[in-house]
Write a protein that binds this ligand. Sequence first.
Ligand SMILES: Cc1cc2nc3c(=O)[nH]c(=O)nc-3n(C[C@H](O)[C@H](O)[C@H](O)COP(=O)(O)OP(=O)(O)OC[C@H]3O[C@@H](n4cnc5c(N)ncnc54)[C@H](O)[C@@H]3O)c2cc1C
Ligand code: FES
Ligand code: FES
Length: 1233
Amino acid sequence: PAMLVMGLTGTKLGCAEGGCGACTVMLSRYHPGTKQLHHAVNACLAPLCSLHMAAVTTVEGIGSVARKVHPIQERIAKCHGSQCGFCTPGMVMSMYALLRNNPTPKMADVEEAFQGNLCRCTGYRPILQGYKTFSADGECCGGKEKNGCCMKNGNEGLQSSEEITDATSLFNMEDFAPYDPTQEVIFPPELMDSCRSLCFHGERATWLQPTSLKEFLLLKWKHPEARVVVGNTEVGIEVKLKNMVHPLILAPAFIPELSAVTHSEDGVVFSAACTLSHVAAELRKAVRTLPPHQTEVFLAILEQLRWFAGLQIRNVAAVGGNIMTASPISDLNPVFMAAGCKLTLMDKGNGSREVQMDDSFFTGYRKTAVRPQEVLFSIHIPYSKKSQFVSAFKQSPRREDDISIVTTAMSVTFTPGTDVVEDLKLSYGGMAPITVLAKKTANKLLGRRWGEELLQEACSSLAEEMTLDPSAPGGMVTYRRTLTLSLFYKSVFHLFHLIQLFHLIPLFPLFHLIPLFPLFHLIPLSVDVSAAEGFPGVVSFLFADDVPGSNVTGMRQDETVFADGQVTCVGHIIGAVVADTQIHAQRAAKAVKIQYEELQPVITIQEAIAARSFYEPIRTIQNGDLEAGFKQAEHILEGRIHIGGQEHFYLETHVTLAVPREDDEMELFVSTQAPSDSQAFVAKALGVSANKVLIRVKRLGGGFGGKESRTIVLGAPWSGASPVFLDRFHSVLHVLLLQVGFLNSGKVVALDVSFYSNAGNSLDLSQAIMERALFHMENSYRVPNIRGQGFMCRTNLPTNTAFRGFGGPQGMMVAESWITDVAHSLGRSAEEVRRFNLYLEGESTPYNQILHGLTLDRCWDECLSRSGYEQRRAAAQLYNRQNRWTKRGLAVVPTKFGISFTVNFLNQAGALVHVYRDGSVLLNHGGTEMGQGLHTKMVQVASRVLGVPCSKIHISETSTNTVINTSPTAASVSSDLNGAAVQNACEILQKRLEPFKAQNPKGSWEDWVKAAYFDRVSLSANGFYRTPDLGYDFETNSGRLFHYYSYGVACSEVEIDCLTGAHKNLSTTIVMDVGRSLNPAIDIGQVEGGFMQGLGLFTLEELQYSPQGVLLTRGPGSYKIPAFGDIPTELSVSLLRDAPNDKAIFASKAVGEPPLFLAASIFYAIKDAISAAREESGLTGPFRLDSPASTERIRNACSDRFTKLVPEPQICSISVRVEIKLNYFIHFLCSLN
Ligand SMILES: Cc1cc2nc3c(=O)[nH]c(=O)nc-3n(C[C@H](O)[C@H](O)[C@H](O)COP(=O)(O)OP(=O)(O)OC[C@H]3O[C@@H](n4cnc5c(N)ncnc54)[C@H](O)[C@@H]3O)c2cc1C
Ligand code: FES
Ligand code: FES
């Protein structure tokens, strides 16, 4: 709030848990020793009290449009690295902190600087491309395009849109202001003084900041219950997300001895408050200067630190914090244990003692042998010996900035000059409530010769020792057990490379798994707020009875503003706390007591099918003669695929500010894609007519479909001027059953598919989503005899809603699954079978629409040639023959995306254009800006029709009192619909101005406007557009459904690690038909951003629920969207040339949703690589791979001798990793200004 009052709104709050980087600021501190003054840190986890003697620089502090933008701000903008802009301040500050420390960074430094920053819109390439321009070795644009580097090609500014077809030509280096580090603000000298001991008292906590070791030990002695806080990256999460209260905090970061690094004869000693960045820098220095045999342990720690969180976290998190947290999935503790590190503990009474970091140190889940009055003083990390070898591996769902699933470290010491094991330490994280040493195995092997026999025994022993209960917290039991073997094998493999001693093929014993059967329940309610009423700042509580109008709401009127009588899902909002601050509201919400009576919930699609719990209607599209088709087929295959849902993960969550006006009027500033729907919902809830409710939308920090209908849950806007912040919603889930018939030639002649979606506890948009899945069930392939049926499951999950693509990607994903299976079963290449079945011009879809202007074949051929598919395929085959445990795969995948709302009445748009007396133009249209560049395109349209420069045209906002009855900004059609409406309005104005132009042909725009005004001609015009000739009817399967189609093709290559399931995205080439692009920079940004979201959907993002339906994967800590490191190493996007589209504004095409599906090329490239791995085990033919292709699924599908030793438990339980607080239902807030 203080920042808002000061007008410093640049720094954004995205996740509030250190995972997104939107809140990045630069913290500057004076360290007499290191002189390292500047750090990028996450503001959301930085306690205010910790900022004593620190300077904080926010994005406003480095430049602004009003003053002068900083070169860092300029370059991200000019390189199109900002779409919705929500992540941009964080990106800018990460780069700024890097440049303040190092004005000529290397590319590796730039990439490291962004490990902790997420962007959901851009696809990252333009951000990196822009910031490579600051690096000493990054002259290249990063596009790695075949045509050469954009900066060396001498592009002179932006060419005309027809000339620009790829990402290399989107900016010109010469336009950039040079970066001059000498112009930066100096460090405030007054902050170079020494620190004082301080004490801060807050409402619930006291913060003590000692500045001497003696004082610190005395305080801990007096207050053994006090919590020590250094980086606050653990404690901050406990307080913010786990509702823990620590009344007394000791902050020892200013004690010089606690940040010291000392080198001894046998190792390095790091004091406990040394940050991880500091540790990494010191170890790197040691690796550079010490003999290699002494640095084995250091290298293993550096390897772990490389994948440890993002830089912002490592800049503040202390090594002592990691040890003392005693997390079973700590990345460092396994290495410390295997390396035999020693800890020094201190207390005031007993002085200091040294303890070995072995398995007696960790005494239980997050417990250590450190006594309450003791503190951790330092850790001694030993040098390795000549015959010692150390390795460490971490496996996490996402390679960068992610917590581990399993971590391992191994240290082997041989008797000098022999291969006899003198010492072996093998440790695991993620396999028990504490970090464990595989002691039994290690002891058995002492004195033995290192060879195949020993390794076989080691594996058997290890498998017996490292057991895991099927119900173990964290789930993924089979995968984790397989990983212990795989990572051990990798450690051995690593060692093998180092010492070149032996060649091995270990054998592994069987595990025995016990299945778990969890109980499911759900509940109606009674609510007691008495305990919360006296809480500070609480104003009132709101429930269903307080809704002045109708409590019934939702797209299908099957939802409630507040739960009434019964809650139908976890997260169903029962009521709201009105309080003066967010924190007060949250505290009060937690104190509300709710009594429940348990009911049996339906959570999964399988449960819904068993209970026949479906919404109506069950849609069917049928064409041709299915029976005859299957008779004609020479082969029939059956299959199924499950496609997981996806969080929208817009960095800006839902937010509304409601301002009551006179006469029952309400003005709302809403982050919505559908202002008119929000208007209708609010009016109904308030019991007033729509003309009393004004919705205003300046811009959204991302939408992706999640802010289309879900703004209905905004709750009590009538309660006052109320910012309302809500969690996110997610998208659809599908399980599909299919049967496909085909000929020996590969021609598909019959297809029967049943789709099941998990719609959740209300219908919302699920029907239209299911319909679009059906409309895309054949993707780009002609199937003469076809039937698709769609079942929407009614479950007790929070309602699922739209996501970019709106069911289309799910329908097409299934098509790619069966076409891959057809190829596999015929032993043919999937690309050959795909190409053979591609639609031809003039063929008809299952819903009887004739395809005209088809460019699929052109996109396909161009993509193959641009990607060098044939050469890549040959090289991958060679690679696969030469490598057993890594495999490469390729896939070429097309997309055909229908453009129009499939609900016909939505295909309309309005615009209102005002021309003022000074010639400036105010443009209003019905679309909302959420980073997709709609406003820019609309300004371009108006500029072209009116013949005035873009600089004269302004769009202020989208509002329901300027353009009415708008359709949501969705379905990729907003540029088409609103562009045509803007064109219409501008043409009306042009016509009105024509006489004045004729009278004064040499006059200026301003002259004509002025003349028209004095002649009393209206200079304000409404425009309107409705898409012509649409009218599909499900009953008759006839009528035109789509106005046209957008096409594209992608070719991707990946490499998988068969032992761990990790994969690298090596290259992607996309050729996209966007017609004659209105704005190539925007369109390429949309293609890349959509592709990266699809990459998340199909390979990374996984929603996990508890059996009660609690979403466990909330926030970036547990839900992983693609990060910088997930961009394909080579990413080339080009727009198809010479492909004008006569159906849309200025021959352009829609681009928002169609490219998302092209990321399926990564998924099927992974499947291709898995096929190669399976072939090594003698497995050929079709196999099932569900989406996303997570590390777990890839590893399990590789099916080798290790996976066979760890069979799947019969019933796979999802473990509950969080405690469920029932009053979670009431966790959102309103605060009065
Ligand atoms: C976004 C994010 C990503 C993360 N990623 C990873 C990851 O990849 N791998 C990983 O292992 N961890 C990860 N963590 C966990 C965390 O960052 C580390 O455990 C970190 O090292 C904790 O250090 P800190 O200084 O922030 O600890 P704090 O939160 O300040 O303290 C943590 C605990 O240590 C105790 N403590 C600290 N110093 C002392 C001392 N001198 N004596 C006694 N007790 C002490 C505190 O009392 C507290 O209980 C992540 C956390 C976040 C928020
Ligand atoms: S808001 Fe701080 S990291 Fe996301
Ligand atoms: S521009 Fe990065 S999140 Fe929108």
